[in-house]
Design a protein around this ligand. Structure first.
Ligand code: PEP
Length: 247
């Protein structure tokens, strides 16, 4: 059976002391018995949060596909592994938009994460114009085809998918439960076409985009939504506590 996952993406927020404090707080929350919780702090704090986490898992928001070399400013998947970090976000829309990450580069990152045994949380999702011109299913399918669906069935089974409509990220606009379920069901059907029913049933597909304590229950109750990737609401333990308690 697939895991229910609630993951907090702290983005480039928090001072070192605030990150330490939030890490402590999320490790003391009451977590629903069927939920796995991850936090993705800024890179500088990842190791410290990892060392101080008892009940939540800790990942990086990004890493590079090459193992080492003259890539100033980058951190490799290999270095994450050697630092004991077990998860990574790949393809967040902010990486795609502000750092021009392409489907081809994300494919290489995904391969590197899998190669080093780091759990990839692969993000996909359409911008507003694509939503409005009704080509969002084709758009997201293409993202998956170009970056993910080359994986073998064994490797694909290690991936968590996160559907994050860009128009809903950090905007306060959330996808309706119908919009979320339509996309999640479509994603699961493409996974089934490619990898078969068992793998499709076991794939966790998270929703992300202005998820908060007042809308999470309805979104997480959708048949094909297996939890959430949470930005703003993961920065306050009181808000995050409501999300991680949802069964
Ligand atoms: C995110 O950054 O992945 C995200 C979903 O952000 P927010 O919850 O703030 O919309």
């Amino acid at each position: 059976m697939r895991s229910k996952i609630v993951a907090g993406n702290w983005k480039m927020n928090l001072s070192q002391n605030q990150a330490k404090e939030l890490c402590k707080e999320v490790n003391q929350l009451t977590i629903g018995s069927s939920i796995e919780v991850y936090i993705f702090p800024p890179m500088l704090y990842v190791s410290d949060c990892n060392a101080n986490s008892t009940q939540v898992k800790v990942g990086a928001q990004n890493a590079y596909s090459k193992d080492s070399g003259a890539y100033t400013g980058e951190v490799s998947m290999l270095q994450l592994k050697e630092s004991g970090i077990g998860a990574v976000l790949i393809g967040h829309s902010e990486r795609r938009e502000y750092f021009n990450e392409t489907n081809e580069q994300l494919k290489e990152k995904l391969d590197a994460a899998i190669h080093h045994g780091i759990k990839p949380f692969f993000c996909c999702g359409e911008p507003l114009d694509i939503r409005e011109n009704n080509t969002f299913l084709t758009f997201v399918k293409n993202q998956l085809e170009e970056s993910v669906f080359h994986l073998s069935a064994t490797d694909f089974s290690k991936v968590v998918l996160a559907y994050e409509p860009i128009w809903a990220i950090g905007t306060g606009k959330t996808a309706s439960t119908e919009q979320a379920e339509e996309m999640h069901a479509a994603i699961r059907s493409w996974v089934e076409e490619k990898y078969g029913k068992e793998i499709a049933t076991n794939t966790s597909i998270l929703y992300g985009g202005s998820c908060n304590p007042s809308n999470a229950q309805a979104l997480f109750a959708c048949e094909n939504v297996d939890g959430g990737l949470i930005g703003g609401a993961s920065l306050k333990a009181a808000d995050f506590s409501v999300l991680v308690a949802e069964e």
